[in-house]
Design a binder for this molecule. Sequence first.
Ligand code: PLP
Length: 405
Amino acid sequence: MFKANDNYLKLPGSYLFSTVARKQREYVAAHPDCNIIRLSIGDVTQPLAPAIIEALHKAVDEMAVAETFRGYAPDLGYDFLRSAIVENDYKARGVDIATDEVFVSDGAKSDSANIQEIFAADSKIAVCDPVYPVYVDSNVMAGRTGTYDSTTGLWSDVIYMPCSAANKFAPELPKETPDIIYLCFPNNPTGATVKKEKLQEFVDYANKVGAVIVYDAAYEAYISEDDVPHSIYECDGAKTCAIELKSFSKNAGFTGTRLGYVIVPKELKDAEGTSLNALWARRHGTKFNGAPYIVQRAGEAVYSEAGKAQTREQIAYYMNNAKVISEGLKAAGYTVSGGVNAPYIWLKTPEGMTSWEFFDYLLDKANVVGTPGSGFGPSGEGYFRLTAFGTYESTVEAIERIKKL
Ligand code: PLP
């Protein structure tokens, strides 16, 4: 008789956002007249920008004509998009990345979950706590995380780097030596960022101990402060120790359109000199058949002058929401961080409530859905995440309701 993969059976409960959605559904079923405002999942609400829509239409029309029809896309991405990425996301910032170091994908969720496949099965991972749940869960599926302690919420073989108010939600270097360090800045869920010197410390450490950093920069476009790095490759020596993940979801509204990329520098080699660039290319070749042509053309349009201006406007719209949330909550007496370089606001739950108690309280008393901080890791207990991705009107309404509690 066949057997399921035991590692999957170790995963505690369902995925965080599935639990949030289920609880919301149950509440609505019991209170059919309620008017729910969702500031929970980090999904955009603004439609795709006109320049992107125009590129999509044009690419669709090309698919209808024999001369311009495209079949399978190149598995690593079309050159037009890889070149636009290199020029705009790297060269424009003084960072030298080659087009064959760019791997176009269907988004950063799958990349952040899949990248662990190219490392040895017994690799030790270090993660920030709290953190985007995909990093730990994908390593649980790969059998790397040891046993789960349901009391502490910790895995025995994972190195945690707690991020709390005491360290301004910026991690200290890991206490034990890891093989893979996951970093995400601007951070989901705390909205925190690190300055360049702090990131340089991690790069120097990784090079010294022979670790690799998986740097998730999905929210890079939200950085508003000057001394916050947009890419880990702004740090000296990062090409020998870091892989960078990027997404078109949050900077350009591609959550439903799907596009992302990974940078794996050619200088990045393991202890035996094996090139990770070659391994990731091999993996892509076997397991991925390329992002759709029409979507890659849409991605290219994000870098056009009109695309840049229009997506900048959308980001400003969401960041105005972040300000509304942040200032409103502060006026209501909450302790709040994030929301300056990220579309996430991280608040301390009032009166010692647990994260899930506050979730239920907010849902019931204000009909506002947020995300419990404890769902992102044990250090998130007693915190709560609200997103700025709603419409302006619903954001204002949600904050008015919270102020009245
Ligand atoms: N990385 C982080 C930190 C995220 O918060 C998210 C989505 O919320 C993703 C990756 C997923 O991005 P994508 O839509 O490109 O899969």
